[in-house]
Design a protein around this ligand. Structure first.
Ligand code: NI
Length: 256
């Protein structure tokens, strides 16, 4: 049994065959899927999907790309969504200095507001970090001990990993770990405490090497699992059990 800790099945590219995608996931052992919100509307859709399907859960959040224009009305809507029992985290939230689709000032403001929300609701935070390691680290450090962090689609250096590890972060790995040119990332994944490793697809994006270029989906998660098990010299079975246990613990997944 596996947990896809970061998916976006609410995305329009699944509109035509979402039910089949969910069934395919189950048939490959991916019994739990956490759908991640990236703005208010997609958060609401994630909650709806979770309510309609057992084994599906939701997070609510505003991606750094959508930070410009974030306001009190949106914050209030997020708080309302947070009351649902199938909401297991806040996010994805963080900083993206690669694409800079929102101003850095707005990104930081919205990031901090969501970390406060996570603290208030006693939920973990799903962190998006692209080319912003230093600023993400400094902001998370302010919340150290007050909430738990999941570094989504992790790709930091060994040095940054040590610092995030000291904050108690969980590290989630996606398709890129299977790419032949991901040497540095493959080194990083080996150094992380087994109790802190999570796996995800980030579908519909980041399809693993064997299906690269195609629309990604939770049924492809075993490719990521197999690769990490290989890198860590563990059996697929042992690594699957460990990472599933980690996911169930951090998100407090029950069988709803
Ligand atoms: Ni994502």
């Amino acid at each position: 049994m596996l947990v896809d800790t970061h998916a976006h099945l609410q995305w329009t590219s699944f509109d035509k065959d979402r039910d089949r995608v969910i069934r395919r996931a189950r048939s490959t052992g991916v019994s739990y899927i956490v759908n991640i919100g990236f703005n208010v509307e997609s958060s609401k859709r994630a909650v709806q999907l979770a309510k309609e399907n057992s084994g599906l859960f939701a997070t609510i959040g505003v991606h750094p790309h959508n930070a410009d224009g974030f306001n009190e009305v949106q914050l209030k809507r997020l708080k309302e969504l947070l009351k649902d029992e199938k909401v297991v985290a806040v996010g994805e939230t963080g900083l993206d200095y690669y694409r800079n689709l929102s101003s850095r000032i707005a990104q930081k403001r919205v990031f901090i507001a969501q970390l406060q929300l996570a603290e208030q609701f006693n939920l973990p935070a799903v962190i998006h970090n692209r080319d912003a390691h230093q600023d993400v680290y400094q902001i998370l450090r302010e919340f150290q001990g007050k909430l738990r962090f999941i570094m989504h689609c992790y790709s930091g250096s060994l040095e940054m990993t040590k610092r995030f590890n000291a904050l108690g972060c969980y590290f989630s790995f996606a398709g890129p770990v299977t790419f032949p040119n991901s040497r540095r990332l493959q080194q990083t994944v080996k150094t992380i405490d087994l109790h802190r490793v999570l796996v995800e697809t980030d579908c519909p994006w980041l399809a693993p090497q064997s299906v690269r270029g195609k629309r990604n989906e939770p049924a492809n998660l075993p490719y990521v699992v197999k690769k990490i098990a290989e890198l860590r010299d563990l059996s697929v079975d042992k690594f699957s059990k460990a990472t599933t246990e980690n996911a169930r613990e951090i998100y407090k997944l029950t069988t709803l």
